[in-house]
Design a protein around this ligand. Structure first.
Ligand code: HEM
Length: 236
């Protein structure tokens, strides 16, 4: 679903259809299971959700589940891969964290700023405004580049430096990896917790993890992903 821009990750329309059908079949089975058992889980909650007074139909539910999968899985996975590359490129920064685990909340934020798993999203202006000297009229479509915002030298003079303790700084500006405003990431707390748990586990159990070959970026305008990231480690 996320590989469209990369020549190595192309699917034929038939392959794509097969995969989407497999996805739908899998989720329909999970929904049937939870409906039968009455389990109060996320699938049942989503099945019962209403939009403008009506329950959503099954195709709409399935599209939302696909979006939900991307929102939960792709993002955290990209933050995690970028964290591994950052670990290899900035061992001294991670050593600071190893010595002082209270830096973890700051480390998680810096990893999210650094990785910015979702590069951009589009907004529609609701009022005429001027932003960065550009006139924007109500109704204009505007692309918000979280990736650029997270490396904005006007916000952080050393934006291109990876600093594990950056968010220990009093008044350090928030990163925009989870976006901003009313359409903020719903799972941000969960995403942060996952990155913290993964990073803690890497420091505890894979202390010598290192790159075993060059990381290869996925070509994408939308996600900051790696398609190849060979690593090696000695199990603790
Ligand atoms: C590092 C991890 C994550 C990052 C960087 C991330 C980033 C984002 C971004 C940029 C948006 C778009 C907001 C906008 O439209 O401007 C978003 C939306 C969303 N995210 Fe996350 N996310 C992460 C993890 C998660 C997790 C773990 C979940 C669920 C458990 C989740 C659920 C969602 C949902 C449901 C939306 C759509 C919200 C809506 O439509 O109002 N995300 N996320």
């Amino acid at each position: 679903m996320m590989g469209d821009d990369d020549p190595d990750l192309q699917l034929t329309p038939a392959e794509r259809r097969r995969k989407m059908e497999a996805f739908d079949t899998y989720f329909l089975a999970l929904i049937a299971r939870d409906t039968a058992s009455g389990q109060d889980g996320i699938l049942n909650r989503m099945r019962q959700m209403t939009f403008e007074g009506a329950t959503v139909d099954t195709p709409t539910l399935l599209v939302n589940l696909a979006a939900f999968m991307i929102a939960t899985v792709e993002t955290t996975q990209q933050a995690f891969s970028t964290m591994i590359v950052a670990l290899a490129d900035h061992p001294a920064e991670f050593e600071k964290l190893r010595q002082n685990r209270t830096l973890m909340p700051s480390a998680v934020k810096e990893i999210l700023r650094w990785s910015t798993p979702i590069k951009h999203l589009r907004r529609t202006a609701v009022v005429d405004t001027v932003l960065g000297g550009q006139k924007i009229a109500a109704g204009d479509k505007v692309v918000a580049w979280f990736e650029a915002a997270n490396r904005d030298p006007d916000t952080w003079p050393d934006a291109d430096t990876f600093r594990i303790d950056r968010y220990e700084m009093r008044g350090c500006p928030a990163h925009l990896a989870f976006s901003a405003g009313v359409h903020y990431c719903l799972g941000w707390r969960y995403g942060e917790a996952e990155v913290a748990i993964l990073l803690g586990a890497v420091l505890d159990h894979l202390p010598d993890i290192h790159l075993a070959g060059p990381p290869v970026r996925q070509r994408s305008n939308f996600v900051a992903s790696y398609k190849r990231l060979p690593v090696a480690f000695t199990p603790a």
